[in-house]
Design a protein around this ligand. Structure first.
Ligand SMILES: CC(C)(COP(=O)(O)OP(=O)(O)OC[C@H]1O[C@@H](n2cnc3c(N)ncnc32)[C@H](O)[C@@H]1O)[C@@H](O)C(=O)NCCC(=O)NCCS
Ligand SMILES: Nc1ncnc2c1ncn2[C@@H]1O[C@H](COP(=O)(O)OP(=O)(O)OP(=O)(O)O)[C@@H](O)[C@H]1O
Length: 354
């Protein structure tokens, strides 16, 4: 009768071992799950932190790089602008010294240097178109239209009149060379027709006269161009009938416009306009390079053998063409240094007066 209780106790023992095992395995499972959850959470946190850190660093790097690039661009632009401005102001100041000095000391070297400096300024800064014609081909008609449109015209024939007025050194040289007979009866100036009759007949005398008058005309042209540079003009037209004969101006110009007419037309117009004889007209025409030769070298040709209306129409088309081409040529860039140049002239003049 003792065996059944033994079985019961054994079963109980087994049951308690089994429940212990189950509890233990549950415990282990819970620990494993907790460990897994903790590990996954840590991994997620680490990944999120790493991603956030990387993104933040990337944003910071991008901001820094963009900022550095902007700073570099700003610094470069400021340095370049200041450098250009300072160079031009210094340049303008030294140029002024040349100008004033050349008025005080008439020294050929200074004048030459000055001219080279002006020529460089003008080539860089101002578009210069040039009108060339034979005598009575019609350039005054074109220049009148240019002036109507506000385009400055430097008229070499007018300048050649100005530099031989009494009181100018060139006037004295011409009188010294040709004697007082070359003066008007009241001695108020040169008898231009008389002088013309002499020089248009004689190539050597014409060459001598050009050598006397030419440098003074060239100085006047450079002064006029410098003035236009200083006030920021983008296009200047030089009216130079004898451009191809003298050639100096060719280095300055961006565009050569030739106004051409046949020889018969020239003679007819000279006779009508100036009251000269056929022979006097031919002397003047022959003194110049043939118009057709000039036509060959031109950039733009305007023919003037027909009616005034058709000539004016052509001239207007050409003017519109060059006006559009050079409308904005460096105006903005150069008007400021131009003002600096004028300021330098005032300061320099006071400096030299001391
Ligand atoms: C000889 C001068 C006094 C005659 O004066 P005038 O009033 O009678 O004529 P004007 O000056 O209007 O000239 C008439 C025509 O001849 C042309 N011309 C003038 N000088 C020259 C020259 N040396 N060679 C060729 N053509 C000339 C002009 O361009 C114009 O088309 C005058 O032309 C003069 O001083 N010329 C020398 C200066 C010069 O070379 N001028 C050219 C323009 S830059
Ligand atoms: N198409 C035309 N028809 C008729 N007359 C004209 C025509 N073109 C110009 N003329 C006249 O011919 C003359 C010469 O013209 P303009 O004075 O314009 O020539 P220019 O080239 O300036 O002469 P110069 O070289 O002597 O200074 C003027 O009297 C002008 O009125």
């Amino acid at each position: 009768m003792s065996s059944p209780p033994q079985h019961a106790s054994t079963r109980r023992q087994r049951c308690s071992i089994l429940s212990l095992l189950i509890t233990f395995s549950l415990f282990i499972e819970i620990i494993i799950v907790v460990v897994i959850v903790v590990v996954i959470t840590i991994i997620i946190i680490v990944v999120v932190v790493v991603v956030v850190v990387v993104v933040v660093i990337a944003i910071i790097i991008i901001i820094v790089v963009v900022f550095v690039i902007i700073v570099i661009i700003v610094v470069v632009v400021v340095v370049v602008v200041i450098t250009i401005f300072v160079v031009i102001v210094i340049f303008a100041f030294f140029f002024l010294i040349f100008v004033v000095a050349s008025f005080i000391v008439v020294n050929d070297v200074i004048v030459d240097v000055m001219i080279i400096v002006v020529v460089i300024i003008i080539i860089v800064a101002v578009a210069v178109a040039l009108i060339v014609t034979g005598i009575a081909c019609g350039k005054s008609t074109v220049t009148a239209e240019l002036e109507k449109r506000g385009i400055p015209v430097v008229d070499c024939d007018k300048l050649s009149r100005k530099v031989v007025e009494p009181g100018h050194a060139v006037f004295d040289k011409i009188v010294k060379k040709h004697g007082e007979d070359i003066l008007l009866p009241d001695k108020s100036g040169l008898d231009r027709q008389k002088l013309g009759d002499i020089v248009f007949k004689d190539a050597e005398k014409r060459r001598e006269l050009t050598a006397m008058v030419g440098p003074a005309i060239f100085m006047e042209i450079t002064k006029a161009l410098l003035y236009n540079f200083a006030v920021g003009t983008s296009l200047v037209v030089i009216d130079a009938p004898t451009l191809y004969e003298t050639e100096h101006l060719l280095y300055l110009v961006s565009e050569v416009i030739v106004v051409a007419a046949s020889q018969e037309t020239q003679v007819k117009r000279i006779k009508e306009r100036d009251g000269l004889t056929e022979e006097q007209a031919m002397d003047r025409i022959k003194a110049q390079m043939p118009v057709e030769e000039k036509v060959k070298r031109a950039d733009i040709v305007i023919r003037n053998d027909d009616s005034l209306e058709s000539f004016q129409k052509q001239a207007n088309e050409v003017i519109e063409q060059i006006e559009a081409k050079y409308k904005y040529s460096l105006f903005v860039l150069w008007s400021l240094p131009g003002i600096a140049l004028i300021a330098s002239i005032i300061v320099g003049a006071q400096f030299l007066r001391r």
